[in-house]
Design a protein around this ligand. Structure first.
Ligand code: AMP
Length: 508
């Protein structure tokens, strides 16, 4: 099945329903959205020679046209390659080259002019008359071409915190399964919702468009095209029933803005948090500031947005005896997912034991684009090796401890940075923290904590040492503290632990 069928069907059902908004300005209803996607799709096919299976890259800050372009590509069976607009032009060109893209769409058609585009690839500006011509609508709205469900739809480039990004091959069926799981496992989606694209559309925020197309909701790109807390709060108040995906760093910023402005987050219905660890202390602050509006998901490009989830009802159930442990977890396996925890030899680990998270199900990728070696290493006997370490409890809640490469081995004992980070982030003067291992001549590795103090206060090593002494085993306590203004993050807001390990090494 072609996922563009969801847009076509919705346009037939509610053609006049508001579909695409830039800020609070309505740009298209569902009838117009489908007509534009169909028209651009036909133009791709007939004017630009795009064949089914060809790759079309998108490299621009969030804008509503990205949805039109994605559906246009699928309308005619092409594959989209959304590129994070925060990447350097050279990195974007590398992805376009790796994906063997035929076209790259950008704002002005000039974003990659300084770098050499791959052979046979052209850049195309959405803000140019060329694009306007594609929208001319001279082609009658016809249904999207039928496709087998295992047809490639989206090449999702990993955030590449180590090494070059890899192109995760996601099919139409992967995206359909992911979207259906949202409605069952994550949060309600309805026609009255307004889904905000405040995080990059090349990643989680964009992946969440489908279910909201299916139900005929409003799709809103803030006028600033990014994550501006004041704008989001204001727009939410105006539009109401807002759902959005946000990384934990964004949630922290939003919570700080709510507290500073005295706003209560009116108009926000659900914030789906994921992509990086959300510490229990931060969750509690977010719930106190905004109320029970949060759901959490754990996924990775290789099983997009869909490994485990925790709905708002569970997160808000403070009376439950296991509530503390639950909000420190990433919830339970989503509907189409089988989950296992295994030891280093890939044998099932006993309940409650730390091990690698393995995943099987309809959302799992077909493999990495043109990289069979990485595919073989990652997809083993039908299971996806996530590279994440975690443990399950009797009720099926998964608690993630770390990426396997981030586990610290000190004196032969495993130390899970997440556990130490949870403790430090509970200290009232700590704003952000990340814990890494640094080589040590005697112990193999020692625990080093990078700490950002809350605004207006400063915290010292002796205070944190005493705090940790009261909370965790002595061997897990940081041996060194590095105080800094902020933590290095990639363009998705993920903390760059590799950079911190290097910094820890140098700061000895
Ligand atoms: P990406 O493929 O770039 O989305 O990165 C996926 C990785 O982010 C996962 O393998 C986890 O290590 C991490 N991650 C995603 N969601 C969560 C979460 N809710 N809590 C902790 N880590 C997460």
């Amino acid at each position: 099945m072609n996922i563009a069928q969801w847009l076509y069907a919705r346009a037939q059902l509610t053609p006049d329903a508001p579909a695409l908004l830039q800020g609070n300005t309505l740009m298209a209803d569902y009838g117009q959205f489908a007509a534009q996607a169909c028209s651009v799709g036909q133009s791709l096919r007939h004017d630009h020679g795009i064949e089914p299976g060809d790759r079309i890259a998108l490299y621009m800050p969030n804008r509503i046209e990205q949805l039109v372009l994605m559906y246009a590509a699928w309308w005619v069976g092409a594959v989209v390659v959304p590129i994070n607009y925060k990447l350097h032009a050279k990195e974007a060109a590398w992805i376009a080259d790796n994906a063997e893209a035929s076209l790259v769409f950008s704002d002005d058609g000039q974003s990659l002019r300084e770098v050499s585009l791959p052979q046979g690839c052209r850049e195309f500006g959405v803000d140019t008359p060329d694009y306007t011509a594609m929208l001319d609508g001279s082609h009658a709205v016809a249904a999207p071409i039928p496709l087998a469900t295992d047809t490639l739809a989206w090449l999702f480039y990993t955030s590449g915190t180590t090494g070059r990004p890899k192109g995760v091959m996601l099919t139409h069926d992967n995206l359909i399964a992911m979207s259906l799981c949202y409605a069952v496992d994550v949060a309600e989606a309805s026609q009255h919702d307004a889904v905000f694209y405040a995080a990059p559309m090349s990643h989680g925020a964009g992946l969440y468009n489908f279910i909201f197309v299916r139900v005929g909701a409003r799709h809103v790109v803030p006028a600033t095209r990014g994550f501006d807390c004041a704008e989001i709060l204001d727009l939410a108040k105006q539009l109401g029933e807002v759902s959005m995906f946000a990384a934990p760093t964004m949630v922290k910023r939003l919570v700080a803005a709510v507290k500073a402005s005295g706003s209560d987050g009116a108009g926000i219905k659900s914030i789906i948090c994921g992509g990086a660890p959300m510490y229990a202390a931060d969750f509690i602050q977010a719930l106190d500031a905004l109320g029970p509006k949060f759901a959490q998901i754990y996924g990775q490009g290789e099983s997009p947005m869909t490994i485990s989830a925790m709905r708002g009802e569970l997160i808000g159930d403070r009376e439950h005896p296991q509530w503390g442990a639950r909000i420190a977890s990433v919830g339970t396996a989503q509907s189409c997912i089988e989950l296992r925890i295994v030891d280093e030899d890939l044998r099932d680990a006993p309940l409650g034991t730390h091990g690698e998270v393995l995943v099987r199900g309809r959302t799992v990728m077909q493999g990495y684009w043109r990289n069979s070696q990485a595919t073989q290493e990652t997809l083993v006997d039908g299971w996806l090796r996530t590279g994440d370490i975690g443990y399950l409890n009797e009720a099926g809640f998964l608690t993630l401890t770390d990426r396997s490469k981030d586990v610290i081995i000190s004196g032969g004992t495993n130390i899970y940075p997440r556990e130490v980070e949870e403790v430090l982030s509970r200290h009232p003067d700590v704003f952000e923290v990340a814990v890494v291992g640094s080589p040590h001549p005697e112990w193999g590795e020692e625990v080093v904590a990078f700490v950002v103090s809350r605004k207006g206060v400063s915290v010292d090593a002796a205070t944190l040492e005493a705090w940790c002494r009261a909370e965790i085993a002595s061997f897990k306590k940081p041996k060194r503290y590095v105080f800094c203004q902020d933590l290095p993050k990639n363009s998705y807001g993920k903390i760059l632990k590799t950079a911190l390990r290097e910094a820890a090494n140098q700061s000895v």
